[in-house]
Design a protein around this ligand. Structure first.
Ligand code: ADP
Ligand code: MG
Length: 327
């Protein structure tokens, strides 16, 4: 399971990725019961009556609401069970944890998965999983650098010999970019837009700090003055300027991690470069901008939104094999 702040993915040994949904739940405000999950719940963001709240239980990279996270995982297990048939009652689960997570936070992730119906729960550090998923030589004494730009956090990890040598996490990633856009539209046009609209703007006309051909997009929101719906046109240059500060914070996190790299491994980084993963890797111009800034090669993982789930799944298969041999 890749229990991401924006998306939750489940990978099984035989079928690969069989579930990929936003990590969003809709909860009945009175009973605290979860009434919808995933895409269905995400489509409710900003549109629900007072009796329903839409929650992203992992928003800042760690479990913010334990009970809701457990309920969400139960729904995930149920959905997965339906897809593969009743053949798995109590599955062995490998779940990834952010590299900056404290032992208490790790325990919470472990327990939430266990409570949702798993037999055994194993944890793997996310940068390691991402590196395995991106086909990097993790088990060799060669440094691999993973930059995972997700929803709530950007994680930078240097991996060698199957473990994290050095890592750094900042709470600036896709969600912050969406917030930046909301603030900009409010300030510049006096118009309020929601999270989903901001995300759409980012995906369609958002650029990292690279030269590009001007694009624009029509956006609807609510005029702060009149309270009425209003359509505005936002340009890619405006969006780019809006994202500047968050992008620079991400760059700084990468720089700091690279600087803390043991000198013996620095040489590998110059050769191998850095691999970008997570949804943020898909921001237009990201690869080009980062390779200009850090002057080492920058690659994008083959499937940025899926590599953590793929790597987590593969590591469970590897562990099964090791355990069988041991037995
Ligand atoms: P997490 O691991 O935290 O669940 P993901 O790796 O699934 O996060 O990435 C989700 C983030 O990536 C969201 O903020 C989403 O808006 C962003 N994202 C997805 N696709 C794109 C894109 N094409 N351009 C820019 N950002 C994107
Ligand atoms: Mg992730």
């Amino acid at each position: 399971i890749d229990l991401g702040t924006a998306n939750i993915l489940v990978y099984t040994k035989n079928k690969g990725i069989i579930l990929n949904e936003p990590s969003v739940v809709a909860v009945d405000t009175k009973t605290r019961q979860v009434i919808a999950f995933g895409e269905e719940a995400k489509s409710m963001i900003g549109k629900t009556p007072g009796s329903i709240t839409v929650i992203r239980p992992l928003k800042d990279g760690v479990i913010a609401d334990f009970d809701v996270t457990t309920d969400m995982l139960r729904m995930v297990m149920k959905k997965v069970g339906k897809k593969i048939g009743s053949s798995i009652r109590k599955p062995n689960v490998m779940v990834c944890t952010p590299s900056g997570a404290t032992s208490v936070e790790r325990r919470a992730i472990h327990d939430a998965v266990k409570n949702s119906g798993a037999k055994e729960v194993h944890l793997i550090e996310e940068p390691v999983a991402a590196a395995i998923g991106a086909d990097l030589p993790v088990s060799e004494p060669i440094a691999s650098v993973i930059v995972d730009i997700g929803g709530g956090t950007t994680e930078v990890g240097i991996i060698s010999f199957g473990g994290v040598v050095s890592s750094n996490t900042v709470k600036i990633a896709g969600d912050r970019m969406d917030e930046d856009i909301i603030h900009f539209v409010r300030k510049q046009f006096n118009v309020l837009i929601g999270e989903r609209t901001a995300e759409k703007i980012k995906m369609e006309v958002g650029y990292a700090l690279v030269p590009h051909t001007l694009e624009s997009m029509e956006v609807r929101g609510r005029d702060v003055m009149t309270g009425l719906p209003k359509t505005i046109t936002i340009s890619s240059v405006e969006v780019q300027e809006t994202l500047r500060e968050s992008l620079l914070s991400i760059l700084e996190a990468i720089r700091v991690t690279l600087e803390s790299c043991p000198p013996e491994l620095s040489g590998d980084i110059v050769d191998q470069g850095v691999v970008l993963t997570g949804g943020g890797a898909l921001l237009k111009g990201m690869q080009e901008w980062l390779s200009n800034e850090i002057s080492v090669p920058v690659h994008i993982a083959p499937q940025p939104l899926e590599s953590v789930a793929i790597g987590t799944g593969r590591s469970l298969v590897m562990m099964d094999k090791i355990q069988k041999v041991a037995r």
